[in-house]
Design a protein around this ligand. Structure first.
Ligand SMILES: C[S@@+](CC[C@H](N)C(=O)[O-])C[C@H]1O[C@@H](n2cnc3c(N)ncnc32)[C@H](O)[C@@H]1O
Length: 194
């Protein structure tokens, strides 16, 4: 009998294995729910245009495609190489820059006026999330936008709930809530860096 070691659900190998089994494990490209969630994110940006967005945990680049409609450039990272390969194929746009990298490896950030945290915060411990948010905020320019959207369900792969992820953002002294939405399955906040 072969026993496979269970992978840590916050590791790159765990996600890479998911993407090797199914190219788009959450059906981001086709799911009506995900497309409506992406449309809500773009609508919440309220018509503002951005110079450069940062999108960690970009997966197969489905949200990246929408961000390119409101941003001059998007830098998108994911630590799963197979996801980045699909994202590159899906977005053959020189304004989109994809890299295989983990969020903490990419910090500190500089030069972004939009940070998009979509379905990423709950893969970290409370201490890690708080540290990464603090790093992102401390290196962002005043007036830049941080938009966050997270599912409200429960998963054994998550270390924080969607509500805990957003509570950390809303409690940051240099982030100010501009817009909030609570849907049956996800919540969305737009905050401005002071
Ligand atoms: C649920 S998907 C979210 C995809 C996308 N942000 C969206 O909303 O459509 C989570 C993605 O985050 C990536 N991820 C998780 N932890 C990460 C980390 N520490 N650094 C970079 N990517 C990470 C996973 O590989 C996966 O592709």
């Amino acid at each position: 009998m072969i026993f496979r070691k269970k992978l840590d659900p916050s590791s790159a190998s765990f996600f890479e294995q998911k993407y090797r089994k199914t190219a788009d494990p959450w059906n981001f490209e086709k799911s009506q729910y995900e497309q409506a969630r992406y449309d809500a994110i773009i609508a919440a940006l309220a018509g503002r245009r951005y110079h450069k967005a940062f999108e960690p945990g970009c997966s197969v680049g489905a949200l990246t495609a929408k961000l390119l409609t409101v941003c001059d450039q998007v830098e998108a990272i994911d630590f799963a190489a197979s996801a980045i390969a699909t994202a590159r194929q899906r977005n053959p746009d020189p304004r989109a820059h994809f890299q295989v990298m983990s969020l903490p490896e990419r910090l500190p950030l500089l030069g972004f006026d939009l940070i998009v945290l979509s379905e990423i915060g709950y893969y970290f411990t409370a201490e890690q999330w708080s540290e990464y948010v603090d790093s992102i905020v401390s290196t962002s320019a005043p007036g830049s936008t941080l938009i966050a959207a997270h599912w409200l369900g429960v998963s054994q792969d998550h270390r924080l709930s969607g509500d805990e992820v957003h509570a950390t953002l809303r409690a940051h002294p240099n982030l100010h809530l501009q817009h909030e939405e609570r849907h049956p399955a996800f919540r969305l906040d737009r905050l401005e860096r002071s």
